[in-house]
Design a protein around this ligand. Sequence first.
Ligand code: 0JX
Ligand code: SF4
Length: 319
Amino acid sequence: MIEKPPLTLYLAAPRGFCAGVDRAVKIVELALQKWGAPVYVRHEIVHNRFVVDGLRDKGAVFVDELDECPPDRPVIFSAHGVPKSVPAEAERRNMIYVDATCPLVSKVHVEAERHHAEGLQMVMIGHAGHPEVLGTMGQLPPGEVILVETVADVTAVAPRDPQRLAWITQTTLSVDDTAAVVAALQARFPAIVGPAKDDICYATTNRQAAVKAIAPVIDALLVIGAPNSSNSRRLVEVGRSAGCAHAQLVMRAADIDWRALSGIRAVGVTAGASAPEVLVDEVVAAFAERHDLTVEVVETAQERVEFKVPRVLREPVAR
Ligand code: 0JX
Ligand code: SF4
């Protein structure tokens, strides 16, 4: 029998589902129980094909825009948030809708509205075209929020009044890259106001810290997550910046580039906030097939955050 090469697999903790994702998935499941299929969902409820396919099998129908939904079926808005125009349109069409926006994204929406009410224009740090950015910027009239992605973008910011400015962020950014953009904004606009640190959520922060903790001892990092998942992609970048040159984003075990991993002695595994634990199990099992595997869990924080589902889904089904 050929001996399997030894490998230590460092499993980052926390990893995978955050409280906002957990709630969003539950909302779709409860809506299907309450109203039956089909229930429409505007945008992928979270950025994970495995989760989306599972809900589709139960009767969810995923659409890009509200006008693809019939007015007589319930519609759910994804965890990433929506511009104000979306619930407004659902109300105009008399639709039943449930907003699965993560409460930590909604908190940024409220913060943006508060700055606006005080007459401040905003700079949002985020990724152009991402649904959360479209949703947050869409809380306010056009021109009220200026988007910057990088330190270099700060040079081009041309506010109405540099004395009346605030900054906000997307919740899933790189903690370190964001700190650099904030510093550039503060240097250019000393009067700018903002949150105590940033708007990056606890889950994003914790998952990045866990990757930093394992990066020095691993030869390669696998991040389980989708290519359109912002927080998952940031984990790959964080791994690389923390010294792990080989970092792969994989949707599941079948995507692993085994050739790139040949000869390694230690691998790190983590999962983005939208990746279910079953895909982590699958990846660990794939390593166990090829290696004499030792699994070490490296826990850098414990998470006890939970969010309630909206009241309409906590009420008993009318018979
Ligand atoms: O692309 P994101 O990281 O914002 O979304 P994803 O992967 O669906 O993660 C969970 C939802 C996060 C909202 O903040
Ligand atoms: Fe909410 Fe953070 Fe999860 Fe996004 S990543 S859904 S902001 S907890």
